[in-house]
Design a protein around this ligand. Structure first.
Ligand code: ATP
Ligand code: MG
Ligand code: MG
Ligand code: MG
Length: 481
């Protein structure tokens, strides 16, 4: 099933369940406390937290998303893109756990011929909060899911909240068992036994409680909300990779053609070796993200969104270099990505002249940066050869990274080519120091769905302060400084 079909089936299904269908909002977040739209719920935040009355009790959408906190996972896991599409259905004081769970189950398991995704219900696993009797009853007694495939997790592991007083609640996360060839079977209260066997495809957030002050998962649940909300997110690319029988989300119809083009340009074959494969997947993901970001009005720059875009374009160019290509390749790669994305997002074609000029210019600028950095690196290599260390110092590598935007793996690769080592440990220590400064006041906490962690990651990445007030203050007072 093509990705576009997965999208349209989602919307058709929820339309038939009386949902209003909303268009995707742009990747530039409509909520000023976030740089990017990181989940389908972002345009609906005021209805979920109850600061505005929702115009419809039920809505569904397929939302374009960018998640920079996943950038280092791209190409390494099977399931993380910087750009992806999140399909979601939402209820504002309308249906709750039973409605959300049974509809998700129905869409996933209804045969393809009857409009569903045709997934095997016997391979679906669900994680629930260990105190959530109501959700357990829905999944076990109403849906009939085998107890063995219901995994109960602690509040710390499965709760969603915004990191501050306001709405909070447990999730039901739906996972798919890809089979024994992808890793060990989950036993003993986990769906993460190592390996890529269990794929999280859909997160159902039950916005049930009003939470009080406190950090981490250490806050009181003050009362049940008067208006409970449902907020769900399903990964369109993840469902696509299952239904298309692929190994990961980079091999699906909307992404793969860019990998095929990298094969053509580099003369290397995807599947011949893990190192090259990772680079090809990074390229395919990043080219698509660049196309979609510039399409939505982001321009490369030195801070905020522009910096994120710049980093994504540069990582793609760098990956091409690691595959042995020095020349500009964006003109070929971007065109391919446009051709596969345009049927769903026509403006990437109609606006392609503008989009492509911005991206080609950035590729050229990076080529010049690489030129300058290479001169600095050559000096460091000469010095390393002259003294007995035969090592580029951590400080030199850090300066290359920090001042010249020279990625460490490129420094490593180029140093190796010239027969010297790099003091990577010292480099990492300096990087950690820098990151820690940026994260100084960030709490280390992970929750489901959109949360403050995503936001802090953006701040760590952007390197300066971003104030997260969107849930408690009026929208205009929320600032991205
Ligand atoms: P994971 O644990 O795999 O990182 P998540 O728990 O961070 O996923 P959610 O915040 O629950 O993801 O988002 C809802 C759904 O969106 C996920 O269940 C998944 O299907 C999809 N999704 C999340 N992040 C990505 C990504 N980076 N690329 C592709 N799909 C994603
Ligand atoms: Mg994640
Ligand atoms: Mg998860
Ligand atoms: Mg999740």
């Amino acid at each position: 099933m093509r990705t576009s079909e997965i999208r349209s089936r989602f919307l058709t299904f929820f339309e038939s369940k009386d949902h209003h269908i909303a268009e995707s909002v742009p990747l530039i977040s409509p909520d000023p406390s976030l740089l990017f739209t990181v989940a389908g719920m972002v345009p609906f935040i005021p209805y979920i937290v109850g600061t505005e009355e929702a115009p419809w009790p039920r809505v569904a959408s397929v939302q374009k998303c960018i998640r920079t906190n996943d950038i280092d996972n791209v190409g390494l896991t099977t399931r993380h893109g910087t750009f992806f599409q999140m399909a979601g259905n939402f209820s504002f004081g309308d249906y709750f756990k039973e409605g959300a769970s049974t509809m998700a189950w129905e869409l996933l398991t209804t045969p393809v011929a009857d409009g569903g995704y045709g997934l095997d219900g016997d391979r679906i696993w669900v994680t629930l909060w260990d105190q959530d009797e109501e959700a357990y009853n829905v999944w076990h007694r109403i849906i009939g899911l085998d107890d063995r495939r219901i995994v109960k997790l602690t509040r710390e592991e499965i709760f969603w909240d915004t990191g501050q007083p306001g709405p909070a609640g447990p999730c039901a996360e739906i996972h798919y068992d890809r089979g024994p060839e992808f890793g060990p079977e989950a036993v003993g209260g986990t769906v993460d036994p190592g390996g890529d066997r269990y794929l999280e495809i859909w997160n159902l957030v039950f916005d049930q409680f009003l939470r009080g002050e406190g950090s981490g998962a250490d806050y009181p649940l003050i009362k049940e909300l008067d208006q409970k909300a449902i907020d769900t997110g399903a990964g369109v690319e993840r469902i696509a990779y299952l239904l298309q029988g692929k190994n990961n989300m980079y091999e699906i119809d909307e992404v793969w053609p860019v990998i095929a083009m990298t094969e053509e340009i580099t003369g290397r074959r995807y599947g011949a070796g893990e190192r090259d494969d990772v680079q090809m997947r990074v390229i395919a993901d990043h080219v698509r993200s660049s196309l979609m970001l510039v399409g939505d009005g982001v321009r490369p720059g030195n801070d905020g969104r522009g910096y994120v875009l710049r980093r994504i374009i540069r990582r793609a160019v760098r990956a091409m270099r690691l595959l042995g290509v020095q020349e500009a390749t964006m003109p070929q790669l971007l065109t391919v990505s446009r051709d596969v994305m345009a049927s769903s997002y026509p403006t990437v074609a109609s606006d392609f002249d503008r989009i492509s000029q911005i991206i080609y210019a950035e590729e050229e600028a990076f080529a010049r940066t690489l030129g300058a950095g290479t001169t600095i690196l050559d000096t460091a290599v000469r010095r390393a050869k002259d003294d007995a260390s035969h090592t580029v110092s951590g400080q030199e590598a850090f300066q290359l990274h920090d001042t010249y935007g020279f990625p460490i793996d490129l420094t490593l690769e180029m140093a190796r080519e010239q027969g010297v080592k790099v003091d990577e440990e010292a480099f990492r220590a300096l990087m950690t120091e820098q990151k820690e400064r940026a994260r100084a006041d960030a709490r280390a906490k992970k929750t489901g769905h959109v949360d403050a962690q995503l936001y802090r990651d953006i701040r760590a990445e952007v390197g300066h302060d971003v104030t997260f007030l969107g849930y408690t203050e009026t929208q205009t007072s929320a600032t991205v400084a």
